[in-house]
Design a binder for this molecule. Structure first.
Ligand code: ZN
Length: 240
């Protein structure tokens, strides 16, 4: 069984389409999404429709949550508030209900999926280092857990100690735990503008990170044409 693990798609239709083309060539059986289908870019409905059509195991991200409720946005960064407000106007009541009802944590065929971290997933904490990962591992009951939220593809391994860093390929070893960020399809933040996702090959016990170039200039033009903040368009070119 081979899974494509996607996350932080963030309404970027061009990146999602390019990733799915890449997936096609690899003989993937199933899809998993670590959340944040919507938010930031200009195609929330299209991206949501595609993810739902993939029969994808999905968890709720913080943007999925913000965009599917009508809670006040006071205290939000003004840039973020603009985007959430715009996205709320695009989504139908049924689409909001779907996003609202996504679980925060899901177990799929012996592995776990979460958007932020397993210790207090509703607090949307960011896992960037071994100390953050250690807290997560205390709540991780499966050998492998995939996460998103930081938009930076880092992998942490717990043997006697927890260590981590950037990765391209990981061999899963018995008796160890792995907390693996699959990077972001629609808004990478590791300095590489290419879309990121991971392939989990259960037969080989292997996880590989994939990077896929896409036409981010088209995404940028669409972001600007619907009146979303120009900073959201600009960051796509630099992957920040
Ligand atoms: Zn995100």
């Amino acid at each position: 069984m081979k899974y494509a693990i996607l996350g932080d798609i963030h309404s970027n239709l061009e990146a999602l389409t390019a990733v799915l083309e890449d997936v096609k060539a690899l003989g993937v059986d199933k899809y998993v999404c670590v959340g944040d289908i919507v938010g930031y870019n200009s195609n929330p409905q299209e991206c949501l429709q595609i993810v739902r059509s993939l029969d994808c195991e999905t968890v709720r991200g913080n943007h999925d949550q913000y965009c599917s409720h009508d809670e006040s946005l006071t205290g939000f960064h003004p840039l973020a508030a603009d985007v959430v407000d715009w996205t709320r106007q695009q989504l139908s009541p049924e689409e909001k209900k779907y996003l609202r009802e996504l679980p925060l944590v899901k177990q799929v065929e012996g592995f776990t999926v979460v958007h932020s971290t397993l210790d207090n997933p509703e607090m949307w904490g960011y896992v960037f280092d071994a100390l953050d990962a250690e807290a997560n591992f205390n709540y991780q009951v499966t050998s492998v857990c995939f996460y998103g939220h930081t938009h930076v593809p880092l992998a942490f391994e717990k043997a006697e100690l927890v260590r981590g860093g950037l990765y391209e390929k990981i061999r899963i070893q018995v008796g160890r735990k792995y907390f693996i960020n699959v990077g972001s399809v629609g808004q990478p933040r590791d300095g590489d503008p290419r879309a990121a996702y991971a392939i989990y090959d259960l037969a080989k016990n292997e996880i590989r990170l994939r990077r896929v170039p896409y036409d981010f200039r088209l995404t940028q033009r669409k972001v600007l044409s619907v009146g979303l903040p120009s900073r959201i368009a600009a960051r796509l070119a630099v992957g920040r």
